[in-house]
Ligand binder design. Structure first.
Ligand code: HSE
Length: 435
């Protein structure tokens, strides 16, 4: 059978890995796909760099739109990133009847509903395994492997940069800014790390997973996003003393009232497997009614791990491209007419537990005042530590862990605690999930 022909847009780290792995494992991949998958044209602005990777194995051009329109191409891989030019390219490829593979989580989180609608109209596939957790086949697992289940929640470490930073802060007791500089020097963090450290990248990925898990539209604008940039190393140390690790989690949970969709630093019991995912690794836990909890672990970034996901999508498309579109796996797991407009809940309605750290005057009755406010707010205390004051000091830290409550209730109690004359400054508040 003739090879299926692929146009690759962007041959940076992931594009280079895709080209290399596809070439190295070509015959093994063809045995799976049923025919050879061949990248016949590569579009990149840096022709010289592209030539170094591609050699004479494919044509190299600098006009990505020409590839999106090329009648000789069956599948377009978009690895350009961002959601301006990449969107136009993906829509142009779809308009020209090409199937698309993309690793672009920002594009799908922001414009996914429009892109998948356009793909349905044209009867083409848009595959995106590489967009979430790199080489971990979490999209396949959520969309296909767990399709018997009612999925209850998904919680993941889905940003390697921030997990690396948190691991280093814990291991070495260093402040965030020092570890960020080190991560940049090592190439783990981008020169502009905003998307990673502010939680935006994780929110893109959590948003995509929420749509597939629950059969809801993609709603990035409704995700609550809080990064690790204001996290204090002292809270990592206190969490450790209480038996918890702090991870940046992307959480999507279905409740009767709606969907919780949130990214924030989260205390997790140290005994959980996911709490022990260190360095730049990713992991996702999915809780479902039939199978219970399942855990997916692996490399969430890098040339070949991400290429592994891109090529798996190429194989899927190669197997299915002659099938009637109605008999293919729906892009977002649920049949398009079965997608439900379940509301995404505002952060004030989220139910979770809390870690509260406050600096207080060391004198009788202080703790009683604080616990009275929590009791009046029906917030139950789960654990507590009070540091002995330093020599000559008349103030100390109190750290409280609470049981679950509605966030707006916790906020109201924190405001009252901060108003006490014996409480100095702001209360540090982190969310806690027992998973
Ligand atoms: N910037 C991402 C991370 C990798 O740090 O995990 C690509 O999704």
């Amino acid at each position: 059978m003739k090879p299926i022909k692929v146009g690759l847009l962007g041959i940076g780290t992931v594009g280079g890995g895709t080209f290399t792995v596809l070439k190295r494992n070509s015959s093994e991949i063809a045995r799976r796909a049923g025919r050879e998958i061949r990248i016949t044209v590569v579009a990149d602005r840096n022709l010289e760099q592209a030539r170094k990777i591609v050699g004479n194995d494919a044509r190299i051009v600098d006009d990505a739109f020409a590839v999106a329109r090329d009648p000789d191409i069956d599948i377009v891989i978009e690895l350009i990133g961002g959601h301006t030019v990449a969107k136009d390219l993906v829509l142009a490829a779809i308009e020209n009847g090409k199937h698309v593979v993309t690793a672009n989580k920002a594009l799908l989180a922001v414009h996914g509903n429009e892109i998948f609608a356009a793909a349905r109209d044209k009867g083409v596939m848009v595959a995106f395994e590489a967009a979430v957790a790199g080489g971990i086949p979490i999209i396949k697992a959520l969309r296909e492997g767990l399709s018997a289940n009612r999925i209850q929640w998904v919680a993941g470490i889905i940003n390697g940069t921030t997990n690396f930073i948190l691991s280093e802060m814990r291991d070495k007791g260093l402040p965030f800014a020092d570890v960020l500089r080190q991560a940049q020097a090592l190439g783990y963090a981008e020169a502009d790390p905003t998307f990673d450290i502010e939680g935006i990248d994780a929110a893109h990925k959590a948003t995509i997973m929420s749509a597939i898990a629950f059969g809801i539209p993609i709603q990035f604008g409704k995700a609550y996003v809080e990064g690790i940039n204001r996290l204090d190393a002292v809270d990592i140390a206190y969490a450790e003393q209480l038996g918890y690790r702090i991870k940046l989690l992307g959480i999507a949970r279905k409740r009767d009232e709606g969907i919780e969709l949130r990214v924030h630093p989260t205390l997790i019991p140290s005994s959980r497997l996911i709490a022990n995912v260190e360095g730049a690794m990713n992991a996702v836990v999915v809780q479902s009614d039939a199978v219970g909890a399942t855990l997916y672990y692996g490399k969430g970034a890098g040339a070949e791990p991400t290429a592994s996901a891109v090529i798996a999508d190429l194989v899927d498309i190669t197997r299915l491209h002659t099938a009637d579109p109605e008999h293919r796996v729906p892009h977002l797991a649920f049949q398009p007419d079965q997608v439900q407009d379940i509301p995404v809940l505002p952060i004030g309605e989220v139910i979770t537990s809390y870690y509260l750290r406050m600096k207080v005057a060391d004198r009788p009755g202080v703790l009683a005042d604080i616990t009275r406010i929590l009791a009046d707010s029906e917030i139950s205390i789960d654990a507590m530590i009070q540091k002995a004051p330093e020599e000559g000091e008349n103030q100390t830290d109190i750290i409280l862990l609470t049981h679950q409550t509605v966030e707006k209730n916790a906020n109201a109690a924190i405001t009252k605690i901060e108003a006490l004359a014996t409480v100095r400054g702001k209360v540090t508040r982190l969310r806690l999930e027992r998973l």
